[in-house]
Design a protein around this ligand. Structure first.
Ligand code: HEM
Length: 232
C-alpha cells in the first residue's frame, strides 16, 4: 500500500526532522515565544506557496482534487494565528531555508502528484503538531485554540481525518510511476523541512550519513520524541 511505503521508507527522515532546532525546542517547551511566532511566519510563506500551487493542480488532476480538501489548506489557520499575535503578514521575509522550500514548490508546480506528496507530509505533521500544540499552550499561557490553529487545525477530528485521508489515498488508482511521484514529494517535504533550520542545504544522503548511527527505529515506533528525548 502506498501509505505504508510513505511511512516506512521515510521514518529515518522523520526522526531527523523531529531533532531539528525548531521542532525539537518546541516539543521540549524550550522555544521562546518570539521563536514560535517566527516559525509561524515562515510556515505562512511556505504553506501559502503550496496552497497556491495546489489550486491549479486540483483542476489538472481530479484525483488530487478528490484527496485534497479545502479545510486542509493551512494558510488560513496560519493567518488566524498571526492575526492573534498582531503580526502583519506583509512584513514577513523568508529565511534561506524557507526560500529554498518555496523554490522547490514552484519548480514542481506542474507536477500535481509531487505536490500531493508535499501536502501529505504537512497534513501528516499535524499528528505530531497536536502534541506540540499542548506544550506551546502551556509554555505561552494560551487558550485552547487562539495562536495554535496551525499546529492543531482539526482538533478532535485529527485522527479520524488522517485515517480517512490515508484510506482515500490508498484507494486512488495511481500506477507505479505515479506512486513514485507522490513518494518523491514526501521525501522532498521532509528534506526541505529539515533544512529550514540549516543555512546550507543538505541532501538526504548527507543527513542520513550524519545521523545514521543515532537513528533508532524502535524508539521512533514507540512514540517519537513525544516520549523519547533526542540523542544528539
Ligand atoms: C517534535 C516534532 C515531532 C513530533 C513529536 C512528531 C510526532 C509524530 C507522531 C506521534 C505521529 C503519528 C504517528 C502515527 O500515528 O503513526 C507523526 C506522524 C507524522 N509526522 Fe511527525 N512529529 C514531529 C515532527 C514532524 C515534522 C517536522 C514533520 C515533517 C517535516 C512530520 C511529519 C509527519 C508525517 C508526514 C506523519 C505521518 C506519518 C505517516 O503515517 O506517513 N513530523 N509525527
Amino acid at each position: 500500500m502506498l501509505t505504508t511505503r510513505l511511512k516506512d521508507d521515510n521514518w529515518a527522515l522523520h526522526q531527523i526532522a523531529e531533532r531539528q532546532e525548531t521542532p525539537g525546542s518546541l516539543i521540549k517547551g524550550t522555544m521562546l515565544k518570539d521563536g514560535y511566532i517566527a516559525m509561524l511566519q515562515q510556515q505562512w510563506l511556505i504553506n501559502r506557496a503550496l496552497d497556491d500551487a495546489l489550486a491549479p493542480a486540483i483542476r489538472q488532476d481530479p484525483r488530487v482534487g478528490e484527496l485534497v480538501l479545502t479545510e486542509q489548506m493551512l494558510t488560513p489557520y496560519l493567518e488566524q494565528d498571526l492575526a492573534f499575535f498582531g503580526v502583519d503578514t506583509a512584513s514577513i521575509e523568508p529565511t534561506k531555508g524557507t526560500q529554498r522550500y518555496i523554490d522547490h514548490i514552484n519548480n514542481h508546480a506542474d507536477q500535481p502528484l509531487h505536490l500531493l506528496g508535499l501536502h501529505y507530509v504537512r497534513l501528516g505533521a499535524c499528528n505530531g503538531n497536536r502534541f506540540v500544540a499542548r506544550v506551546v499552550r502551556k509554555a505561552y499561557a494560551l487558550g485552547e485554540t487562539e495562536g495554535t490553529r496551525y499546529l492543531d487545525p482539526f482538533v478532535e477530528k485529527q485522527r479520524a481525518g488522517w485515517v480517512e485521508f490515508k484510506a482515500a489515498l490508498d484507494a486512488m488508482p495511481f500506477n507505479e510511476a505515479e506512486q513514485d511521484s507522490v513518494f518523491d514529494g514526501t521525501r522532498a517535504a521532509y528534506l526541505y523541512a529539515i533544512n529550514l533550520d540549516l543555512d546550507q542545504h543538505h541532501t538526504a544522503e548527507q543527513l542520513l550519513e550524519k545521523h545514521g548511527k543515532t537513528l533508532d527505529r524502535d524508539a521512533f515506533e514507540q512514540g517519537h520524541s513525544v516520549h523519547v528525548t533526542t540523542k544528539d
